[in-house]
Design a protein around this ligand. Structure first.
Ligand code: AMP
Length: 113
């Protein structure tokens, strides 16, 4: 198992996990780009959105729902936050395990690259 996020799921490498259930976990990004920068990931290894089957796709809704709850917990629901999933090399996906970025706590730029 050489996937770093699968190793986090397995507890083999440490993370600041702030939420988990049977399907997903959420933890703080090791290199935060904003005061709140969380990653919400499926426990199951799915390399990217292009690998997501229709049957698996409800996991994304669950991830967004939990992200909304975590934004509330982080106190950024009213000020605003951004959810991002990078898919593939040109979009900047570095870790090949689907992850939803939750960013907030500062004014984010409109730069989408
Ligand atoms: P992406 O560029 O969309 O693939 O984002 C990968 C993210 O994973 C980056 O923001 C990294 O800072 C983050 N990351 C990589 N390794 C770890 C780790 N061990 N714990 C927490 N976040 C990590």
């Amino acid at each position: 198992m050489d996937c770093i996020f699968c190793q986090i799921v397995a507890g083999e490498i440490p993370s600041e996990t702030i939420y988990q259930d049977e399907e997903i976990i959420a933890f703080r990004d090791i290199n935060p780009l904003a005061p709140t920068h969380l990653l919400i990931i499926p426990k199951r290894h799915i390399p990217s959105l292009t690998h997501l089957s229709e049957a698996e796709s409800p996991i994304i809704g669950h991830m967004v729902n939990i992200a909304n709850q975590l934004a509330e917990r982080e106190g950024i629901s009213q000020s605003g936050y951004r959810l991002v999933i990078n898919c593939g090399e040109e979009a900047g996906q570095i870790v090949p395990h689907i992850h939803l970025h939750l960013l907030g706590g500062r004014r984010l730029t409109d730069n989408f690259g």
